[in-house]
Write a protein that binds this ligand. Structure first.
Ligand SMILES: Nc1ncnc2c1ncn2[C@@H]1O[C@H](COP(=O)(O)OP(=O)(O)OP(=O)(O)O)[C@@H](O)[C@H]1O
Ligand SMILES: [Mg+2]
Length: 270
């Protein structure tokens, strides 16, 4: 093989390497009464670069736990999480996280909350100030930068948390039911926006949702998890065109994938 071909392969390799590999991960929580809860069984999952993967499964099956383990915020009981094939935790600048409950600092304004990760990462103010303005606009909070979290509804706070997860332009987004507290119309708009951000800014996303339609609309793959101790029961490839608009939700192809996932979920309720 020529040196040029060798070089081409070496260059191609990093892209084919999964961004995140979850290998044999299980998590047992110690309860306050001295008991143990096996939250997730042995899970293996890979997230490719620029891939959108949704996790769906019954309440309490360990979706949030898996997301926290992937972020390095929680240590797994067994197994490991690799970042680009390396056994190391993911770095703060590499990912943004939206928690199931928007966790905003009550003593900071919405703009200050959104800018917080950029400050921690020492990004120049000139850069993050214009980005925070854009992001607040994007999530429909353009007029609320100077407000405090207590002055906003739950859904608005959640949208601020979404803006905050994007402020440092991370490669990976970990999103735990980000639209759970948002009304249906705003949720649809945010879905379309997330789809756009993701294709334009080429992000990888691990996304937890209870909405099958939302998972199908956004994802390349949907991971169906069983009840606790959870395991992956099915991984469904979403063979829909990459460009997805609201009209796609009405299509028979969309509907048949939704029904397929519904059946998978129903089968594993107990
Ligand atoms: N800190 C903890 N201590 C003890 N048990 C915990 C802890 N956190 C979670 N669990 C348990 O682990 C299991 C998985 O919880 P987790 O929050 O990951 O589920 P989930 O799939 O995100 O649920 P939901 O859809 O309701 O958000 C649950 O049975 C829960 O009671
Ligand atoms: Mg959860």
């Amino acid at each position: 093989m020529s040196a040029a071909a060798d070089h081409a392969i070496a260059e191609a390799l990093p892209d084919s390497m999964p961004l995140i590999s979850v290998h044999g991960v299980s998590k047992t929580y110690a309860t306050r009464r001295g008991g143990k809860v096996l939250a997730i069984g042995e899970v293996n999952l890979e997230l490719a670069q620029q891939e959108f993967v949704s996790l769906i499964g019954p309440s309490g099956c360990g979706k949030s736990t898996l997301l926290h383990v992937a972020s390095g915020l929680l240590k797994p009981t067994t197994g490991q999480v690799l970042v680009r094939g390396e056994d190391r935790p993911i770095r703060a600048e590499e990912f943004g996280m939206v928690f199931q409950d928007a966790v905003l600092f009550p003593w900071l304004t919405i703009r200050q909350n959104v800018e917080m990760p950029a400050q921690v990462l020492r990004i120049p103010k000139s850069v993050y100030r214009s980005r925070s303005a854009e992001l607040l606009e994007l999530v429909g909070l353009g007029n609320f930068g100077d407000a405090y979290p207590r002055e906003l509804s739950g859904g608005m706070q959640q949208r601020a948390a979404i803006a905050r997860s994007l402020i440092h332009d991370p490669e990976l987004l970990l999103m735990d039911e980000p639209f759970g507290a948002v009304d249906a119309i705003t949720r649809e708009a945010l879905n379309i926006e997330l789809q756009r951000i993701r294709t334009v800014a080429r992000k990888s996303v691990l996304f937890v949702t209870h909405s099958i339609a939302e998972a199908v609309f956004l994802s390349d793959r949907v991971v169906v998890m069983s009840a606790r101790p959870s395991q992956i029961r099915a991984i469904i490839d979403i063979d829909l065109p990459a460009e997805r608009g609201p009209e796609m939700i009405e299509s028979p192809e969309f509907d048949s994938i939704v029904r397929k996932i519904h059946r998978e979920l129903g089968r594993h309720v107990h």
